[in-house]
Design a protein around this ligand. Structure first.
Ligand SMILES: [Mg+2]
Length: 316
């Protein structure tokens, strides 16, 4: 009797093991990769390593310093200090904990929880973490004489929290008011865009002017603002929008946006790894559902190249 009973449970166990394991980890892989894998660290150190070498090479070619010790260009009539433009979230500051929170709560990004997290982070040293390689890169860039700018879509209202976190991380915050450009809101943003167009001689009616006025060009406008007085030579970010002025047409299909994004990368190929340095971010970004991909049904963009039908046909 006991033997029959054991066989019964053994048979059940075999049947159970034939079923696919429940995907408990679905939706967690991206955050696990960022928070636990040595591979993520290697990617970040690799990117920051390339960026550091690029700055060192350039500084040996353009070795002129101005009275304030800043590295300046020597090729143009107008002398501009050389600059590095960096994004903040998941480029300098590790924000994966907020994504863990969203996952635990089963919620999407919302400004209310985001702002709450920024406050929490600024008050809790244990929540202040940097992206591997970022702090060493900033210190080296400044030692070489580059001026480091931070361009982020964090709102202007969160500037105090942002400064506190950067201070806790040991980032140089001297003159940060001029070097950190946050999102000042749509109205102020449009006002600045118009001022910029006047200075650069771009007509508002032109395609360039219209593109600059679009909401998606927020970072591009601030990059142009920096380039009025500095020569940016390196851009570091975790999203194409951190260096490319990519403005999809309003209402364009996901397929069309994808093709345009691929084209933008193809056009930028020569600059990747020389001027543009991208960090991995599998958790979110302009590539993700709700942005480039549709919020609902994004899984239909997964390819299986016909394998599913083939596999099913084997058991028929
Ligand atoms: Mg970012």
């Amino acid at each position: 009797m006991r033997k029959t009973f054991l066989c019964f449970w053994a048979a059940l166990a075999v049947a159970a093991s034939a079923q696919p394991a429940p995907l408990d980890s679905a939706g967690v892989y991206d955050k696990l990769w960022v928070q636990t894998s040595a591979d993520y660290r290697a990617h970040c150190l690799q990117t920051y390593g390339w960026a550091t070498r690029s700055l060192r090479e350039r500084s040996s070619l353009e070795g002129t310093r101005d009275a304030q010790g800043r590295l300046v260009e020597t090729t143009n009539v107008q002398e501009r200090p050389l600059a590095v433009i960096m994004d903040l979230d998941d480029t300098v500051i590790d924000m994966s904990v907020y994504r863990t929170f969203l996952h635990s709560m089963g919620r999407d990004f919302e400004l209310e929880t985001w702002n709450s997290f920024l406050k929490y982070q600024s008050e809790h040293a244990e929540a202040c973490r940097s992206v591997p390689g970022a702090l060493e890169f900033i210190a080296e860039a400044e030692k070489l004489g580059y001026t480091v700018f931070f361009i982020s879509n964090r709102t202007e209202a969160t500037r105090p929290e942002t400064i506190r976190v950067l201070e806790k991380l040991g980032v140089n915050t001297k003159d940060l008011d001029q070097r950190m450009m946050l999102d000042a809101g749509a109205e102020e943003d449009a006002r600045q865009a118009r001022g910029l167009m006047v200075r650069l001689g771009i007509s508002e009616a032109s395609a360039e002017g219209q593109a600059l006025l679009r909401a998606q060009s927020r970072k591009e406008r601030r990059r142009l603002q920096v380039s009025l007085n500095y020569r940016p030579v390196a851009f570091i970010g975790d999203d194409l929008g951190d260096f490319l002025s990519f403005v999809p047409e309003a209402g364009a299909s996901p397929e069309k946006i994808l093709q345009a994004r691929y084209q933008a990368v193809a056009n930028a190929r020569e600059r990747l790894g020389r001027q543009y340095f991208i960090l991995p971010n599998p958790m979110y970004g302009n590539w993700s559902p709700g942005s480039t991909l549709p919020k609902e049904g994004a899984a239909k963009f997964l390819r299986d190249d016909g394998f599913l039908d083939y596999y099913r046909s084997l058991s028929r």
